[in-house]
Design a protein around this ligand. Structure first.
Ligand SMILES: N[C@@H](CCC(=O)N[C@@H](CS)C(=O)NCC(=O)O)C(=O)O
Length: 371
């Protein structure tokens, strides 16, 4: 029988994209937790049995409940710990923050995978961290063997994720351009939407904490050259004590000067990606039996950027994620919706708001038609 934890346990690694997101969130909220850690046993037995994939992060609550998916984990904890809310009160900022979270979660994966796996100097940290996590206390040669298997699995995903040598230049130019925009923004204010982090910050820090901010090559070549971005990552990763009594109410805001260029790019590129994935999802649903889970990745889509077209496989999961963002918009009153439209339209966001997505439900890392 599993022992009941008396605090939260975060199963995951510092190396992992979505674990970084939840780790920063837990630290910001001042929620006590063990971890992050995830052994081969936890991943391949405890987690895979429950969620169908050896996935991280998974949070185990003091009541013994296992929660998978960074977004679900944060939603649940927000309900339980309303202080230091990461949900902006204002409808426009709340929507912008959700869009940022989805973009951070879904769009940046090729950047993170490229920076980690195309530069061999990152591998030593991966071997050290993953080895001690997978087989704690076991001999080094066994740890290295286990890491080799995991690394092989991740390398096998690179092509699907858009990490293809002919695209490296476009991918890097795109990244440097966007990191410059973020650096300019964080020179003007400490977080994406003002003086405190929001859900959007946690979405974006997924890429930035482990892959860009901690792996030696990108930490030096990309983040190290942008001090305001570096400072934001460090602020995001800071540990804080739990709130003592009532804290001042947080106000999030949009600084148009530095955020408009980011959202204009986001709406143009991300909307096109999601709409191409959606078209493939609709076609796949039409030809599969009701209730069947879709494959994790479908066929190539084309990401049109000013630096060239980048191809990657369509991940149906992205449609499910954006469906959640559009649900936030749909739940707003007409006045708030009108304000969101007024904000989004000049940034090219109308098409995003008008996306007509397949209705999906999630199961682990995969999706199926909602019943
Ligand atoms: N949408 C999930 C994604 C979790 C995820 O993809 N985690 C990666 C590590 S950062 C993973 O476990 N991948 C294993 C796999 O793709 O099979 C979340 O937000 O937590």
């Amino acid at each position: 029988m599993n022992k009941m934890p008396n605090t939260y346990t975060l199963h995951g690694w510092h190396l992992s994209y979505y674990t970084g997101k939840v780790l920063c969130y837990l630290r910001y909220k001042g929620i006590d937790f063990d971890g992050p850690r995830a052994s081969a046993w936890t991943l391949l037995h405890q987690i895979k049995r429950r969620f169908g994939a050896a996935v991280m992060p998974v949070l185990v609550t003091p009541q013994g409940e296992w929660i998978q998916d960074s977004g679900d984990i944060i939603d649940r904890l927000e309900q339980r710990y309303p202080q230091r809310s990461v949900t902006p009160n204002d409808a426009v900022v709340r929507f912008a923050s959700c869009v940022m979270e989805a973009w951070g979660d879904e769009w940046w994966v090729p950047v993170a995978m490229h920076s980690r796996w195309s530069y061999p100097e990152n591998y030593a940290l991966f071997v050290k961290d993953a080895g001690t996590q997978l087989l704690p206390g076991m001999p080094g040669f066994l740890q290295r063997m286990a890491v080799g298997k995991v690394a092989g699995g991740l390398r096998a995903m690179l092509h699907n994720a858009g990490v293809r040598p002919v695209q490296f230049e476009a991918l890097e130019q795109w990244t440097c351009n966007m990191l410059d925009k973020l650096d300019t923004h964080f020179a003007a204010q400490p977080y994406l939407f003002g003086d405190s982090p929001s859900l959007g910050d946690f979405g974006l820090v997924g890429t930035m904490y482990g892959h860009l901010g901690r792996d030696p090559w990108p930490a030096r070549e990309w983040v190290g050259k942008r001090p305001h971005l570096r400072a934001w990552i460090d602020r995001m990763a800071q540990t804080r004590s739990a709130p003592q009594g009532d804290e001042p109410l947080i106000t999030h805001r949009i600084n148009a000067t530095t955020l408009d260029p980011i959202f204009a790019t986001l709406f143009a590129e991300f909307t096109s990606y999601v709409s191409q994935v959606n078209a493939q999802v609709q076609a796949a649903l039409a030809s599969s039996p009701p209730g069947q889970l879709l494959r994790r990745s479908l066929d190539d889509v084309q990401l049109h950027t000013p630096f060239g077209t980048i191809k990657r496989k369509a991940l149906p999961f992205a449609v499910w994620k954006v469906q959640g963002v559009l649900a936030v918009f749909a739940a707003m009153g007409t006045q708030d919706q009108a304000r969101v439209r007024t904000w989004a339209a000049p940034l090219g966001g109308e098409a995003f708001l008008n996306l007509d997505l397949a209705c999906l439900q999630r199961s682990g890392l995969r999706v199926r038609a909602a019943s």
